[in-house]
Design a protein around this ligand. Sequence first.
Ligand code: ADP
Length: 216
Amino acid sequence: MKKQFAVIGLGAFGTAVALELMRLGHEVLGVDSSEEKAEHIADSLTQTVIADATDEEALEELDLQRFDAVLIAIGEHIEASTLCTMLVKSLGAKEIWVKAITSIHHRIAQKLGADRILHPEYEMGLRVAQSMAHPNMLDYISLGDSYFLIEIRPGEALENRPLSELKFDRKKIHLLALKHGQELILQPDPDQILRRNDHLVLVGDEDTLRRFSEEL
Ligand code: ADP
């Protein structure tokens, strides 16, 4: 179903989010005080407005309560970001996402009623560290409480071997799927042969998954 989003602040982060939302088939209003930033992306978004997001009257005209979610991505400018968050909240936006850069910024956004507070540089830093430390781990999702869902590429030693030869504690890790090219094979059979470039999708606790991926 097509949704409507507003992205306030079209820096590198806001622009990436706005373009991906468009790619996913949604409608996106982009707002930036810089004419240059707004014009640069204008042709790629549903609507683009040049406005100061700390100006209540300008925000009122955007009718922000009609959007499914509003992202405030003016992270480097804490004062503008917090003022904007307060105004967007008071104008009745349904859901507010804020990019924060410091812990104080995070706490203020929380107090002002932001629904989701993001730290993209920090979160990306964690992902990069994981990839550097575990090169065969292609992606992961933290499920909280030290549980993870991971996608890994097994080493060459397992090429053309059946899945039953994978050595892991089946009480602590569950093999959810095998990704073979474009195909996702759910609950693969133990006789299924691992081919070059196949990926394994596993769920389990962090320590057991780490040990398993290091031994692969
Ligand atoms: P990023 O790390 O995503 O590149 P920036 O801080 O560079 O973040 O980008 C923030 C964007 O927010 C810039 O395009 C800037 O013009 C815009 N911006 C800053 N203050 C305001 C404001 N008061 N109203 C609207 N947009 C703003």
